[in-house]
Design a protein around this ligand. Structure first.
Ligand code: HSM
Length: 310
């Protein structure tokens, strides 16, 4: 999954709330808790495995595949995509992996290294890493007048929150597709708890952290503006995030709130009445289900959007 953006010392217009990404230690703590307490990773992997089965049939006539992973992060998603495809009938799979963070591309390289040695019956996998933003990657082609390379599959998983212009990223991703190519992206659902919180409070949350607080419904509208030649489908992926029973005083609750609003130490630092309003909404039926012990399960639903050029 995609990494959070590199930001330095962001402070919010909303009083003293700072972006979660301005505090690396807190971000890692909060993201670690999210990975442990949510089933997001599993939900994404399950959806991708099913979609790859479809892709293996769809791309059946091809021997060689070219893939582009936009915002590869530490490569967890790429591992699943490549493992599935390399055990199908393809002979060569070339993957271009793009991410602005050098730390993440290093982790990704290490994780995927073993895939480049193939056994009998497996495709030969080659990897090219680009430590840059997708926007800058495209800009270098535009500046040189060189045509964009074409790919059989382009994917963007949990990354469109952190780009300045999601429409242009989508447009250039679609332009990078080979004739029969397919694109998929995964983003938080417009029916998720995040959607409720971000739509109501987004303008009062840190604005300078490069997170655009978009949901899949916003992204879908942008996809629909790409033109009639682009076919778009959308599927809901169910997922939950266990956020404990006490958002104010337990560490589990506080870290969950930070992850949801993308702010560091929100419970401690946010001014009233913003804090109470946000916590009330997170704990409400609009965003969470409670069990008989009062433990809250936050709606972490995702959307998978798939596209191709007709
Ligand atoms: N942090 C980006 C939004 C997100 N929520 C991802 C759940 N997963």
């Amino acid at each position: 999954m995609s990494s959070a953006p590199d930001t330095t010392n962001s402070t919010s217009g909303a009083g003293s709330i700072r972006s979660l990404y301005s505090d690396t230690g807190r971000y890692l703590q909060s993201f670690g808790a999210f990975l442990k307490d949510s089933d997001e990773h599993e939900a994404i992997i399950n959806w991708i495995k099913t979609y790859m089965d479809e892709m293996i049939v769809h791309l059946g006539g091809k021997k060689d595949l070219r893939l582009m992973s936009v915002g590869c992060g530490d490569g967890q998603v790429d591992l699943v995509v490549i493992e599935k495809l390399r055990n199908a009938h393809f002979q060569n799979i070339h993957v271009t992996l793009i991410d602005p963070s050098g730390e993440q591309t290093d982790r990704c390289r290490t994780l995927l290294q073993s895939l480049t040695t193939s056994e009998e019956g497996q495709a030969q996998v080659t990897l090219t890493f680009k430590t840059t933003s997708f926007e800058d990657y495209i800009a270098t082609f535009e500046a040189s007048g060189e045509a964009l390379p074409k790919y059989d599959m382009v994917y963007l998983v949990q990354m469109l929150y952190y780009v300045k212009n999601p429409f242009s990223v989508l447009e250039n991703s679609i332009k990078s597709l080979e004739g029969t190519g397919r694109l998929f992206l995964i983003h938080v659902s417009g029916h998720s708890g995040y959607a409720k919180v971000w739509k109501k409070f987004g303008p009062r949350l840190p604005q300078d952290d490069n997170c655009n607080y978009t949901t899949a419904d916003d992204i879908r509208k942008l996809c629909d503006q790409l033109g009639d030649h682009v076919h778009v489908d959308q599927t809901e992926i169910e997922s939950t995030f266990n956020i404990g029973s006490d958002l104010r005083t337990s560490l589990t609750g506080q870290l969950a709130v930070d992850f949801i609003v993308e702010a560091a130490e929100f419970v401690e630092k946010a001014p009233e009445p913003l804090k109470s309003e946000v916590l009330d909404l997170i704990a409400s039926d609009e965003c969470t289900k409670k069990n008989e012990k009062g433990e809250m399960s936050f709606n972490n639903n995702l959307s998978a959007i798939t596209m191709y050029v007709r």
